[in-house]
Ligand binder design. Sequence first.
Ligand code: HAM
Length: 443
Amino acid sequence: MEIRSIRGMNDILPEDSILWKHVRDTMHRVLARYGFREILIPVLEETRLFQRGIGETTDIVEKEMYTFEDRSGQSLTLRPEATASIVRAYVQHHLYTSGKVEKFYFWGPMFRYERPQKGRYRQFYQIDVEAFGSNDPSLDTDVIASLYDFLAALRVPGVTIEINSLGCPKCRPGYHQALKAYFSDKQVKLCPDCKSRLVRNPLRILDCKVETCHALAMNAPNIHEFLCDTCKTHFRGVRGYLEDLRIPTRLNPMMVRGLDYYVQTTFEAVSENLGAQNAVAGGGRYDGLVRQLGGPDIPGIGYAMGMERLVMILKEAGEEPMEWPCDLFIATLGKDARRFGITLAAKIRKTGKVCEFSYEPKSLKALMKLANRLNARFTAIIGEDEMREQKIVLRNMETREQVTLPMDDSLPEMIVVSLDNADDSRSTQRPPFPSSFPEKSSR
Ligand code: HAM
């Protein structure tokens, strides 16, 4: 019986993975400019890290974690997000002793037991970005700017950065009280989830997708009327800097985010192309989390971007389907030619060119078909005649021009020169997916 992948967990096949590679290449390039350095974290953590870090009353901890006991009876969880793990690593390795703002990024799979649908999966990939060590609005701005630059570098269309402030432990309790007072006489109209949220975390009612809850939330008290002076000044600072950088943002007082660690600035990049799951990235400030997870009182801010959603937008925006590059296909006919050809392939690869080989014996016609299937720019034809005459035929697959090259020590170099000087549209001197895209100079 055929064994299939688990529901909500997808294979990313090479025809798509090249676009994923382009996204990752752009990630490394753009984030390096801001001084973010890559960190790698484990897939499994102790369950209590997420319970404590993300919050006991969140959907993630309550219903969505893949939790199990290992052979020693320890409760482990497949990471549903990266922030808690990166904070753990920051604390565990005393990275706060460096005396500078530490900036990290990571990409990898996350696991949440959600109901799979378009843009929502049980294994999905995030690019996660975190910065520790300053509560100054300039850090919020740099983090948001890195997200904006990233999306601009990828030429993602139709994206808006929504921004909000969720206050701090000083001013949020007052807002909670106001929300409780507002919703308590409307309880009967709330969905069952929001009824329990009213007691445990009334803020979360504001982003409930159920129509009746949403309608009630529209007239709920506005958080900005409850922010303390510190939070107001901080938020004004962030918005001012973002304006200076000409990063377009939209204030969304209803955006509360689904994780409990947030304080002050929160933000999401939303796209009209995504439908109900419209957030391509989300994040915010989490001052207090480092201390909560056993470290000193150091502030932090970050975001995570959903790779599947990002790739979906890029595809819908009509990015050309891409092909893995192949500079040269070595087509051999006969035993001697194979022997010569495999050595030639090794030499060509050493020059950095992508070289494919004719592993299976085939007719010349079949080999030419295969060259096209591999999208080879050039084919080196080495048959019995060529071996006898000590030459090879190099064919430009696009223009169909052919040259004959002598089979001497200069052959690999002659081939590379021909490849470099060719004027075909598939030249891999350009990257396979134009990561040399002119980045939008939107500011
Ligand atoms: P989040 O909003 O839960 O935040 O997830 C961030 C992004 O991951 C979402 O905007 C979405 O693109 C993607 N995503 C989330 N769940 C799924 C899913 N089931 N299927 C596909 N994509 C999904 C966080 O995870 C925070 N850790 C972000 C953060 C970092 N805050 C501070 N630092």
